[in-house]
Design a protein around this ligand. Structure first.
Ligand SMILES: Cc1cc2nc3c(=O)[nH]c(=O)nc-3n(C[C@H](O)[C@H](O)[C@H](O)COP(=O)(O)O)c2cc1C
Length: 320
């Protein structure tokens, strides 16, 4: 397998909204192109494709990490062709190899270990130094991180609850939820109910993926007391900003995983206008919120049930 094909395959482990994996890759010689698959956009919650772009950005970052860990120098052009809006990025392999980057190797090793864990986290807090490291890494990827302060958590909880309630009343949302939680095996996508968590009292509510069924996971005996909630945000919400935001999301999740933290993105509050406005307020109006992420410790927990991935043959095209 060529390094580019290898990297494209690695990107399939990236997180995506409703596990839609809304991207495709085309490899031509030493060039790897990333395309959005707009048919995979979740209409009811993502009419502008923000969550789709964040997901594609995460896939792009996964390939960058895989190539850096393999000692391959690359150049990345983002949104290279205004005439082709679904072409999100072009990655070119350099001719020479470089010494593999040890930090990239650490992040690359976290790619298959990273999971969205919807169970409640322990009481042990996330260290300040860790949050600082995550913030710096996110900034190096062109986005920003706001650590929700204790006195702001209630506002985050209220806005998430409000968003979740509004969405569950929308028949189009219920239909999308049903669609993406009952996918047949061969599609290799969607959120299996086995990985969703049963509703319960949480510091900030977790999305209820199975309002008409049963979620496989129990929140457990913990209460998220030590969890940190961070808001990933950026200066704008143009396509280029969101793609970079997705790259920063991947960087954040991989570093947190490499450092032994459990992670779970939360996007409900971004998806509905008024809660999103409340979240913008938490940022004191200095940026556009992209996503909330819950970070924490989860010791001695059972392994999570598997989440499917698409067949690489449907995702990666190799042009001779
Ligand atoms: C942009 C984005 C938004 C997401 N929103 C949520 C969410 O609101 N609630 C949730 O439980 N998981 C959310 N996720 C996590 C995905 O559901 C998860 O990545 C996907 O199901 C694949 O599972 P994995 O992360 O364990 O590989 C989100 C992920 C992304 C990239």
């Amino acid at each position: 397998m060529t390094p580019l094909e290898d990297a494209a395959r690695v990107s399939q482990h990236a997180p995506s909204v409703f596990n839609t994996q809304p991207w495709a890759w085309r490899i031509t010689g030493d060039t790897l192109e990333l395309f959005a698959e707009p048919d995979r956009r979740v209409d009811s919650i993502d009419p502008d494709g923000r969550l789709l772009l964040l997901s594609c950005g995460a896939a792009l970052h996964h390939t960058r990490v895989a190539l850096a860990a393999a000692g391959r120098a690359i150049s990345v052009e983002r949104l290279p062709d205004p005439a082709e809006p679904d072409l999100l990025a072009r990655v070119r392999l350099g001719e020479t190899t470089v010494p593999p980057d040890p930090e990239a190797q650490r992040l690359a090793a976290a790619i298959t270990r990273r999971r969205t864990d919807r169970r409640a986290f322990d009481d042990r807090p996330v260290a300040e130094a860790e949050l600082t490291r995550l913030r710096r890494l996110v900034e190096s990827e062109g986005a920003y991180l706001h650590v929700v302060r204790p006195e702001q958590t209630a506002m985050l909880a209220v806005s998430t609850e409000l968003a979740a309630g509004t969405e569950l009343e929308d028949p189009a949302y219920r239909a999308d939820l049903h669609h993406w939680t009952s996918r047949p095996d061969f599609t290799g996508d969607g959120v299996p109910p086995a990985t969703a968590v049963q509703p319960g009292l949480r510091r900030v509510p977790i999305r209820n993926f199975t309002p008409d069924g049963t979620a496989g996971l129990n929140a457990g005996v913990r209460h998220d007391r030590g969890a940190s909630y961070v808001v990933l945000f950026g200066a704008g919400d143009q396509h280029a900003d969101l793609l970079r935001g997705g790259e920063a999301l991947s960087a954040l999740l991989l570093l947190a995983t490499a450092d032994g933290l459990a992670t779970a993105p939360l996007s409900d509050t971004i998806e509905v206008a008024w809660p999103r406005q409340l979240l913008r307020g938490l940022l004191a109006g200095i940026g556009e919120p992209y996503l909330v992420i819950r970070l924490g410790h989860l010791s001695a927990a059972d392994p999570l049930p598997p989440v499917p991935r698409r067949d690489p043959r449907d995702v990666i095209t190799i042009v001779d």
